[in-house]
Write a protein that binds this ligand. Structure first.
Ligand code: SAH
Ligand code: SF4
Ligand code: F3S
Length: 466
């Protein structure tokens, strides 16, 4: 069941924020916070809320932990290397704390929702002042207030299905592109994945809240809205709006902007969704549809609840309906029990679909997930070889795709300077980054460009019409 944070609780947190602000304003210089988000876009979006709350409490910001009065690591648990990075960075903070004993160090996010991790932090990192989980992000003002006034460690990691907190101020990273979480958590329990354990059950925000936020962002000049959820195709349970309808409502808002979304789960991706992408002019012609493995045997063991045939049917329908569609995917290599033959099914699938780009991962066992208990006889070194083989195949496909893009026209969102003087850079609706002659006055504008060449970077010419 979805629980909303009550107005009274939100007001109480605002009061704590005010008290922290008062403490901070008594200081000679405003305190500086360093917040680092280690994970996916949802995690980065939480980081924007953290920064929004900190700004409310009077903190300024720095990109570096050195000299900061508050360091917060917003962590990810999806693979072991994500966790290792956090521990490495935490170790380095010992020195900072020595130099500045009154600084605060906090660890939050997905990683600390796991008991063994919290225990390790408690034992091995005594200089960490605050550890708090994903379900209590909105209580940050209270945690900081308590840490500052009691000088006691604050540990807050309730295990619950999860809540929705509205009205948290955000400090967005970009002035052009904004992320909007439309749902939180996940119910799918893919057997390799830790996310459902650390993020709680799936819950959807009210469509009215989302549309209002989108409208405000467009009014504020944002040009790209990224709708976020672990499985956006199941958006809307408990509301009367499903995901295609949500897309149509945002698409109907006036203004020149584009809509992106991720992630779509193939088991819930429908023809209606594909038709909606086709019909809504503001929705980017891009579908991120992770297939994870090309082998039906492995898909079953992963509990993905679709097979290769269903995946290919969806992709083929999408390609047919949406010319120029850019397809991307996530893949896991070396799932427990995967054989070389299974792996070859994955390679043959990428050759068949020809994705624009891929996010590829070697399987990483996650404590407490069903896959972590499965037999896994293939060595890490062997998996490494398969992984290299997959990357080589994708490189070939990418080179082919690149050639096909030459001569095609794209509506780019100009978002940065190019690598050479006199050039600007923009993103297409898909994954292409194209440079074209221009100046900084173009940033934030949509520019029509025809791709002329590719020398490692796409170069294009501005055209007036598509
Ligand atoms: N909700 C999204 C993905 C979330 S995690 C979806 O269902 O597609 C992002 C990606 O990390 C996954 O798609 C998967 O490819 C990868 N991943 C998740 N758990 C992993 C693990 N234990 N080992 C390796 N890769 C993993
Ligand atoms: Fe993890 Fe599967 Fe949920 Fe994605 S859908 S977050 S891979 S459990
Ligand atoms: Fe995202 Fe990592 Fe958590 S991928 S949801 S930050 S485990």
């Amino acid at each position: 069941m979805t629980t909303k944070v009550t107005a009274a609780e939100t007001a109480a947190q605002k009061e704590y924020a005010e008290k922290v602000r008062e403490l901070n304003s008594a200081r000679e210089l405003p305190p500086i916070a360093h917040v680092h988000s280690f994970g996916c876009q949802q995690n980065v979006s939480d980081g924007e809320k953290i920064k929004g709350m900190l700004a409310m409490m009077g903190y300024g910001f720095s990109d570096s932990a050195d000299g900061a009065d508050l360091v917060l690591f917003n962590t990810c648990a999806v693979r072991e290397n994500a966790e290792d990075r956090v521990f490495g960075n935490l170790g380095a903070l010992k020195h900072n704390k020595k130099l500045k004993p009154d600084m605060l160090i906090g660890v939050c996010g997905c990683m600390v929702q796991q008991e063994h991790i919290t225990e390790r932090i408690k034992k091995s990192f005594p200089y960490v002042d605050m550890v708090f989980g994903t379900h209590v992000l909105h209580t940050l003002p209270q945690l900081i207030y308590e840490a500052l006034t009691t000088h006691k460690r604050q540990i807050s990691i309730p295990q619950m299905d999860g809540v929705i907190a509205e009205g948290i101020p955000l400090r967005r990273e970009s002035k052009l592109k904004a992320s909007i979480p439309i749902m939180y958590g996940c119910n799918n329990f893919c057997t390799y994945c830790i996310v459902p354990y650390v993020r709680g059950r799936e819950r959807s925000r009210d469509p009215e809240e989302i549309v209002r936020e989108a409208e405000q962002l467009v009014a504020d000049g944002y040009k790209e809205l990224l709708l976020l959820g672990q499985n956006v195709n199941s958006y809307g349970r408990g509301t009367d709006v499903d995901f295609p309808e949500l897309l149509r409502r945002i698409n109907a808002l006036p203004g020149d902007f584009r809509i992106r979304f991720m992630t779509s789960h193939p088991k819930d991706c429908t023809h209606e969704l594909i038709d909606t992408i086709r019909d809504c002019e503001k929705v980017s012609r891009h579908l991120h549809l992770p297939f994870q493995s090309g082998s039906d045997r492995i898909l079953k063991r992963m509990n993905r609840r679709y097979d290769r045939e269903k995946y290919l049917e969806l992709v083929n329908y999408a390609k047919e309906q949406i010319p120029g569609l850019s397809l991307t995917s996530d893949i896991i290599v070396g799932f427990p029990g995967e054989t070389y033959e299974d792996f070859c099914d994955t390679v043959s699938l990428i050759r068949e679909v020809k994705f624009s780009s891929l996010f590829t991962f070697i399987y990483s066992p996650r404590e407490g997930t069903p896959a972590a208990a499965m037999e896994d006889p293939v060595t890490r070194a062997e998996k490494g070889k398969w992984f290299a083989e997959l990357l080589a195949a994708q490189e070939e496909i990418a080179a082919e795709n690149e050639q096909k893009l030459i001569g095609t026209s794209h509506r780019l969102l100009c978002d940065a300077k190019g690598t050479a003087d006199g050039y600007m850079s923009g993103h297409s609706e898909g994954t292409a980054v194209v440079e074209f002659p221009g100046d900084e006055s173009m940033i934030g504008k949509f520019i029509n460009v025809r791709i002329e060449e590719c020398d490692g970077i796409f170069k294009g010419k501005i055209i007036t019409e598509e």
